[in-house]
Design a protein around this ligand. Structure first.
Ligand code: CMP
Length: 139
């Protein structure tokens, strides 16, 4: 059993396709509560910093360009076993491999434009959440 907090972004492809509402509905219906939420756009610098762990990957430039290409929604979510349960809800990184009923199966179009991000550990959930929200913005 992991901690009770995770972090998500609804990515520019899903915002552009007008899917913020349906994605938040899936998140709520899966039992997550929204503790903080922000509609914003990343600069290239901020997107690059967020994904710094992927800096050596061949897709890093594409990832940074895409993530700064339009508005996103960043949110801190709460639920028991949050990280693991949220990764189950979003599905595989590649939507072609995402299970039926997952957010990426429903809304992702490619491995790069895959609708949502979800933290992969409790430690990263804390780091990623604090990238967008100060302690006084979490409820
Ligand atoms: P995310 O869960 O936000 O974390 C890292 C992101 O890198 C991932 O989702 C994908 O959107 C992106 N990514 C991973 N592999 C590739 C790839 N082969 N080509 C382009 N983008 C990728």
């Amino acid at each position: 059993m992991s901690g009770t907090t995770t972090f998500t972004m609804i990515k520019p492809d899903a915002v552009k396709a007008n899917n913020i509402g349906p994605i938040l509905k899936m998140i709520n219906e899966a039992g997550f509560r929204i503790k903080a939420m922000k509609y914003t756009q990343l600069t290239k610098e901020k997107a690059g910093g967020f994904y710094a762990v992927h800096a050596e990957r061949p897709f890093y430039g594409e990832l940074v360009d895409f993530m700064s290409s339009g508005p996103i929604v960043a949110a801190i979510l709460e639920k028991e076993n949050a990280v693991e349960d949220f990764r189950k809800l979003i599905g595989a990184t590649n939507p072609a491999e995402a299970a039926e009923g997952t957010i990426r199966k429903a809304y992702a179009t490619s491995i790069g434009e895959n609708a949502v991000h979800g933290s992969d550990s409790d430690e990263n959930a804390e780091i990623e959440g604090s990238y967008f929200f100060g302690m006084t913005e979490r409820f």
